[in-house]
Ligand binder design. Structure first.
Ligand SMILES: *[C@@H]1O[C@H](CO)[C@@H](O)[C@H](O)[C@H]1NC(C)=O
Length: 256
């Protein structure tokens, strides 16, 4: 669902690199917000399972959707929550060479920000000024910029019953894999990955992660494999239990 992929650059093998014409993150989040408001069965609340970059949309729906139904549990698999330091899935394909060339030209330029979906959550730890100035999405989602910080986003994330953050330890798509737990590189330092509780986002509690965690409402799970490698038994044991508490039993899956 969600992404309107451009066929210009993305003929094959594009599962991980979605080039979007018009439907940028804001538009995707707005669309899902409208959808969940219009579905009667969701009005008492629902659970979200986010896959990969779908987690960015999921969190935007939780934080930004005015008048939306409550989200009970949010189960996040391999989400680039704290950013990612390269374009996902791009090492070999020539398509990705092009994408990475665009990135080198300026990941935070308006052109790239408006045409290349993953650029919405690329955060190069050694180029943070450009990120804060040019990135259109993640700084807002994470309440990173003090003057734009909005308590409403924090309250809404904090209102989850439970947040489940699943990391894939050999994740070759998310750099570093710990971003799935809100861990990330220390500022200006590609050599150090901070665990979630040592980041400013957590310590200063910009989005309510710390409050949720201190209330015992965050479960951090690590699986050994690559991006989204999870088997049926693990789904049964680690995900399904969080989908049962919704009064309606409704589940939405956001993926891309
Ligand atoms: C914060 O976000 C809410 C919900 O979208 C909005 O109504 C409010 O105006 C925002 N506050 C500020 C100071 O921007």
């Amino acid at each position: 669902m969600l992404a309107k992929a451009s066929h210009l650059l993305c003929a094959t093998n594009c599962k991980r690199l979605v080039l979007i014409d018009v439907m940028l993150w804001w538009a995707q989040a707005d669309l899902v917000c409208d959808q969940v408001k219009s579905i009667q069965g969701l009005k008492d609340g629902y659970n979200i399972v986010g896959l990969s970059q779908g987690n960015v949309v999921a969190r935007a729906v939780i934080e930004f959707c005015d008048g939306g139904p409550p989200v009970h549990n949010f189960v996040s698999l391999g989400g680039p929550h704290a950013g990612t330091a390269s374009i996902p899935g791009c090492t070999l394909m020539s398509l990705c060479k092009l994408a990475n060339a665009l990135i080198r030209l300026g990941v935070y330029s308006p052109f790239v920000q408006n045409h290349l979906a993953p650029s919405g959550y690329v955060k190069i730890p050694t180029d943070l000024d450009a990120y804060y100035k040019g990135s259109l999405f993640l700084p807002k989602l994470n309440n990173e910029i003090a003057i734009y910080r909005n308590e409403t986003y924090k309250k809404r994330l904090e209102s989850l019953n439970h947040l489940v953050l699943i990391m894939f330890q050999q994740d070759a798509i998310l750099i570093p894999p710990q971003t799935a737990w809100f861990g990330y590189y220390a500022d200006n330092d590609f050599g150090t990955v901070l665990p979630p509780e040592e980041t400013d986002l957590y310590k200063e509690d910009w989005i309510g992660l710390r409050a949720l965690d201190e209330g015992g409402r965050v479960t951090y799970i690590a699986f050994p494999g690559d991006h989204l490698s999870i088997n049926d038994l693990e789904v049964r044991d680690f995900i399904i239990p969080y989908l049962k508490s919704s009064p309606t039993g409704e589940v939405r899956v956001l993926s891309s």
